[in-house]
Design a protein around this ligand. Structure first.
Ligand code: NAD
Length: 474
């Protein structure tokens, strides 16, 4: 193997063992796969407090938020897989077109084999174990490389997997970028990456060397449109939750708001109310709320503060918030207006608790703006008339939610993922199963004479007539 792998010989060894297991798991039954997934659920149920504590240690994530945004998405994914696995694993017969008369064909969903899961820090449990559920359901082995920024959660994930699986089945490789780079040299059958578009490109470039297939769950700036007919009070409450949960460090958080000019003032007023109701109901100061997580590390803290400072220096108006406590990595939910195109906040994914609000006159302005930027992971439209239909038709985004935000992440029948700059491939439910599955088409021909045998050389009139008819009619 190449240079880096010499320093990481254990990675190479485990990968080789997993290749052997993956071949054995090709024939694993529904029961065997279900048992592997069920083990995860049992462990999670009996270690809920430990998971909450790890997330609290990493960035003071409120335990209830851990319950509904780290644990529940995984347990519901497990239950959905357990319920549907039998159906998904079945070979499907396909109808026979006229040109194939006499043959029979099926599609067999076969496990891709070995898989690598590289996960980010922002939902460190959910985004490492969620894809693992899909990998195991599909019959794949997995090496997981959790984020180095959430040391407590990543260590817990390693402990969990160590207790449940042999390294040749599922294994956790903790460490920094160098571990991810060493892993990316290996010829995995599938790489499932969740993280930034910048690193997504590196992953895809590395995967191309081995022609490994990839799922890239990336980020970007998800716009939120408030039309003239939207119910502003309802929208403000939903947006405030979707934006500030996890302290704004959510891939599908509303990144910026485009609001019809008639709704501009009411929206700002309603958002202020919504933020206070959520994080300061007793007027003791938002910084004292136990329900607001902290920024993951000093680098991101400085980055987000820098975005705000740059905007304010270039003329943005602080409508709400702006407060911070550096040694706590606390950033107050913040609303800014007066956004201009030369501000960094207008270009970079914010990934923190700052919400820029931009007024518009016509829906066409929103469409033009969205289409001028890389395709977003999510698009949210608050609308009580039909304006969302035009936006739906004329823009492209990973997913769309109308009259809410973020919620689609929990809907297992909606393939979750981005498009273009926000990602490649889909996950959750059946889409997640398919990400780790190769759909193998199998055609069975009958013995002896068949319609294709008439086409063999020496080519004569009969063959010519058949080909002419094929071209003309089929
Ligand atoms: P990141 O891209 O910096 O890191 C993700 C993972 O990649 C980590 O495990 C890290 O160790 C590894 N990594 C970093 N540099 C690498 C390199 N040069 N080579 C190989 N591996 C490398 O992302 P992050 O900061 O952890 O997460 C934030 C980003 O993830 C945001 O853009 C966010 O929108 C996106 N995200 C997307 C989803 C989704 O489901 N689409 C979910 C969560 C986060």
């Amino acid at each position: 193997m190449k240079t880096l792998l010499k320093e990481f010989s254990d990675i190479y060894e485990i990968f080789d063992l997993q290749r052997f297991t993956a071949n054995q798991w090709r024939t694993s039954t529904k029961k065997e796969r279900s048992d592997r997934i069920q083990k995860l659920e049992n462990w999670i149920s009996s270690h809920r407090k430990e998971i909450q504590n790890a997330l609290w240690e990493d960035f003071k994530k409120p335990p209830l938020e851990t319950d509904f945004s780290e644990i529940y998405p995984v347990t519901s994914e497990i239950n959905h897989n357990l319920k549907n696995l039998g159906k998904w694993m079945k070979a499907k017969s396909v109808s026979t077109p006229v040109n194939m008369l006499g043959t029979k064909s099926i599609i067999i969903p076969e496990p891709k084999g070995t898989s690598l899961i590289i996960s980010p820090w922002n939902y460190p449990f959910n985004l490492a174990i969620g894809p693992l559920v899909s990998a195991l359901a599909a019959g794949c082995t997995a090496i997981i490389k959790p984020s180095e920024l959430t040391s407590a959660t990543s260590a817990l994930i390693e402990k969990m997997i160590g207790e449940l699986f042999k390294p040749e089945e599922v294994c956790v490789m903790n460490g920094g970028v160098e571990v991810a780079q060493a892993l990316l040299e290996l010829p995995f059958d599938h790489i499932f990456f969740t993280g930034s578009p910048k690193v997504g490109k590196i992953v895809m470039e590395n995967a191309s060397k081995n022609l490994s297939s990839v799922t890239l769950e990336l980020g970007g700036k998800s716009p939120t449109i408030i039309t003239k007919s939207a119910n502003v009070s309802d929208a403000a409450r939903k947006i405030a939750f979707g934006k500030f949960v996890n302290c704004g460090q959510t891939c599908v958080a509303p990144d910026y708001i485009l609001v019809h000019k008639d709704q501009y003032e009411p929206l700002i007023a309603e958002l202020k109310l919504a933020i206070r109701d959520m994080y300061d109901p007793n007027h003791k100061g938002i910084e004292n709320s136990k329900d607001l997580a902290r920024i993951i590390d000093p680098r991101h803290f400085a980055r987000i503060k820098g975005l705000l400072q740059d905007a304010l220096e270039k003329g943005a108006k602080l409508e709400f918030g702006g407060g911070s406590v550096e040694n706590e990595r606390y950033l107050e939910p913040t609303i800014v207006t007066g956004i201009k195109s030369d501000m960094e906040i207008f270009e970079e994914e914010i990934f923190g608790p700052i919400l820029p609000i931009i007024p518009f006159d016509t829906i066409q302005e929103c469409i033009t703006l969205i289409n001028s930027k890389p395709k977003p992971l999510a698009l949210y439209i608050f609308d009580q008339e039909k304006e969302h239909q035009e936006i739906l038709q004329k823009t492209s985004s990973g997913n769309v939610v109308i009259n809410d935000c973020v919620l689609h992440f929990l809907h297992q029948n909606i393939p979750f993922g981005g498009v273009g700059n926000s990602g490649l491939g889909k996950t959750h439910g059946h889409a997640g199963f398919l990400a780790f599955t190769h759909e193998k088409g199998v055609l069975k021909q009958r013995i002896g004479l068949n319609n294709v045998s008439l086409l063999r050389p020496p080519y004569g009139n009969v063959a010519k007539k058949i080909v002419d008819s094929l071209i003309k009619w089929l």
